[in-house]
Design a protein. Structure first.
Length: 744
């Protein structure tokens, strides 16, 4: 412990105010200036370096305390200081002592730190560029994180001369795992070992993120207190977070002595904004690393962190691509059949590969399908019951299932790891992946459990317990789930729900279509029995009359009977033809091509010339846009609409029929309007049904299938059809053709 410290309470480490120690390391001194340039605070070792006590320096200027020459040398560097220490100058006192001066502005004070140096000249940063360049040349794009870390450890040890340089990363629980080591053999090797998370308290980790380099010159130092003890401008203890000379925790100093290292330096490795790990440097004897060399090490640490981030991002991307490729393959197999469980069972191999699992199971209510190494059905039912009560997220995962669900200890060999995905929030539907128990050992640098066996009890760290290699065997755990696997599982769940929703929509559409087909079938049955029966009765009736009148009636009468028979037969034939045409609309494939609608309308008008002969019909046809559609079907729809207009304007003089169109972002809207008899909008819902007529056949001949054909043709193109009218004021029919046709 430091020479003036009390017995150490390890239980209070996590509450220690390490940012506000009230003191500095004594291999330098501190002068704090107010905004006016007056010294308002100094370290109590000032007399050792300057020959006057801190009280004598307070209220005076730098020129009065250090001399005009040194003050003039420092003055240009004091204008715009940052909150992190920056090198100002190397100064030399009258007695020949040299100091590197670091300047930073923080906690309302301008802090000047004077670090004693042994060199005769000023700090030289010229070696920074070749050092960084050499380090970059040694790195390869294909290097693993461990290989890059080993290169960095060698470079930093070469710069500092430390006996041992470690690079270790923190795992999800905060334990440090030593990935790389460079050593001269004078200190024990820790390569591959782990340091428990308790070695670095929470507030220390936060400070490592803020201030990315820290040096301890001598673990046996006696701190130099600040005078006055509190910041004179804020009235609170000084925040020395960014001070290079900041005194460190007595607990950590004892930790260093127990490790057999008197000097240490750490460089933070920040990846994606978080503390990824540390470069930790140790030396047996005390030693000082000047600011220029520390800066070089900090730069190497930043470059290493950037390369680690790049490497991890590349590995993460490749991993996600591989997982996504398997996921897409599995999803493709899920769309093949109608039975969801059967589909899932068919892609079990892909599901295992997707989650790197050894077993999987589907639970749908009381039905369970298993594949690979899984718990038995009774165990699965118990597990699903527990999941329903205790988990409410879209995906649940753990690599220590027996810890959270004690009954899992009975099947931990098959299922120490679980990735569970509820497929329904209402029903007991789950997709489960299992990973087997992975028994492994951890080599700790000391027993991590012995340190906190009695938290809060004053105790000294034991070198043997703290750092002798201690091996722990871990049971009841599986290989951890990769964050990418969790995210891909969430995507997989979303895709599954999408497939289920699409199936539900298809079933709803099918039910709707079936209902509509049933209604059409009812109308069809009634209309066929009614409409087809009438002409057949006429044929039979007039045939009987013709037979009865044979030889007795006049020729005119027989000819009238024959004409009625012929007309009835023609009507029956037209009914059959229209039925065949309507049936064809639902079976024939669309053959979409660019269609000139102007020519299509012209051909329809030409075909209607016979029906309009002798009538005053005014055709008002706008310039129509081109569409992509099946020309034969669209022509049939247009012909039916125009023939309808001709038929229902038969009593108008003049008859006015307008054809127009407009394009919007997604579709083209066509309009066919007339000034005919119109219809009652109360019955508009019947208009496009099979054999539905809103007027008597005696008034307007027709089978009632034409508009049903129009609707079927338009809907097969993905469009809509509608009609508006007022009785006696004409009718307006509209239909749309989308710019992008639906897939067949």
């Amino acid at each position: 412990m430091t020479k003036d410290s009390q017995p150490l309470d390890l239980g209070s480490c996590d509450r220690e105010p390490i940012r506000f120690p009230g003191s500095i390391q004594p291999h330098g001194f501190v002068l704090a200036l107010d905004p006016h340039g007056a010294i308002v605070q100094a370290s109590d070792n000032l007399e050792r370096y300057l020959g006057l006590g801190p009280a004598a320096a307070l209220g005076r200027t730098l020129a009065e305390v250090l001399g005009k020459a040194i003050a003039a040398q420092l003055e240009p560097e004091l204008d715009q200081p940052s909150e992190r220490p920056a090198f100002a100058a190397t100064v030399r006192l009258p007695d020949g002592a040299g100091f590197d001066v670091l300047v930073h502005h923080y906690d309302a004070l301008l802090m000047l730190e004077f670090e004693a140096v042994q060199r005769t000249g000023a700090a030289d940063f010229r070696h920074l560029y070749p050092l960084v360049g050499n380090f970059l040349q040694q790195l390869n794009d294909n290097d693993t994180v461990s290989e890059m870390s080993a290169t960095a450890a060698d470079e930093i040890r070469a710069v500092t001369g430390f006996n041992r340089v470690l690079v270790y990363r923190f795992d999800d629980e905060g334990h440090g795992h030593v990935l790389a080591e460079s050593t001269d053999g004078k200190l024990p090797s820790y390569l591959g070992q782990r340091f428990p998370a308790s070695d670095i308290p929470r507030q220390a980790r936060e400070l490592y993120v803020a201030n990315r380099i820290r040096l301890i010159r001598d673990a046996d130092y006696t701190p130099a207190r600040l005078v006055p003890a509190d910041n004179p401008l804020t009235g609170r203890p000084n925040d020395l977070s960014f001070a290079a000379l900041r005194s460190v925790s007595p607990v950590h100093l004892q930790y260093m002595r127990n490790m057999g290292t008197m000097a240490s330096m750490s460089v933070s490795l920040i990846v994606k904004g978080k503390l990824w790990g540390l470069v930790s440097c140790h030396n047996g004897p005390a030693c000082q690393i000047p600011f220029d060399k520390r800066t070089a090490c900090e730069q190497l640490g930043q470059i290493l962190a950037l390369r680690i981030e790049s490497r991890e991002l590349a590995d993460e991307l490749q991993f996600r691509l591989d997982v996504r490729r398997v996921m897409v393959s599995a999803l493709a197999g899920l769309t093949q059949g109608a039975d969801f469980i059967e589909n899932m069972a068919n892609v079990f191999p892909e599901l295992l590969q997707f989650a790197r699992a050894s077993g999987a199971a589907i639970v749908v209510d009381d039905r369970i399908v298993r594949y690979g190494d899984t718990p038995d059905e009774q165990q699965l039912r118990g597990l699903v019951g527990w999941l329903q009560v205790h988990t409410h997220d879209d995906v649940y995962h753990t690599d220590r299932l027996p810890t959270h669900y004690p009954p899992a200890a009975a099947f931990q060999q098959a299922a120490s790891g679980l990735l569970a995905m509820p497929i329904s929030r209402i029903h007991k539907h789950y997709l489960l992946w299992f990973r087997p128990e992975f028994v492994y050992t951890i080599d700790w640098a000391g027993n991590p459990h012995a340190k906190d066996a009695q938290p809060g009890t004053p105790t000294q760290l034991s070198p043997r317990l703290s750092f002798d290699s201690w091996r722990e065997t871990v049971h009841g755990a599986s290989a951890p789930w990769h964050p990418g696997e969790i995210e891909m599982a969430l995507e997989f769940r979303t895709a599954l729900l999408g497939i289920a929703l699409e199936r539900a929509e298809q079933m709803a559409e099918l039910a709707e279509e079936l209902g509509r087909a049933n209604k059409e079938l009812e109308a069809f049955s009634y209309s066929v029995s009614h409409d087809l029966r009438a002409p057949l009765r006429h044929i039979v009736g007039f045939s009987d009359l013709l037979l009865e009148a044979a030889g007795n009636d006049s020729l005119d009468k027989r000819q009238r009977f024959l004409k009625n028979i012929k007309d009835s037969a023609r009507l029956a034939g037209k009914l059959v033809d229209d039925l065949l045409s309507f049936s064809q609309m639902g079976r024939a494939s669309l053959r979409p091509v660019p269609v000139n609608m102007n020519e299509l309308v012209k051909s329809c008008i030409d075909r209607l010339a016979i029906d309009t002969q002798g009538r005053n019909v005014q055709w008002q046809v706008a310039d129509l846009p081109q569409v992509v559609a099946d020309p034969a079907f669209v022509q049939l729809a247009l012909f039916n609409l125009l023939a309808n207009a001709v038929k229902f304007t038969g009593r108008k003089d003049p008859a006015v029929i307008r054809v127009d169109a407009r394009r919007d972002e997604h579709e083209t809207v066509f309009t066919v309007a007339d000034n005919g008899v119109g219809f009652n909008m109360d019955y508009a819902h019947k208009l496009f049904g099979v054999f539905q007529r809103l007027h008597r056949m005696e008034d307007f001949h027709g089978t009632g299938i034409g508009l049903a054909n129009v609707r079927r043709i338009v809907e097969r193109h993905g469009g809509r059809v509608a009609a508006e009218s007022a009785a006696g004021q004409g009718a307006t029919f509209t239909f749309t053709i989308p710019h992008s046709l639906p897939h067949p």
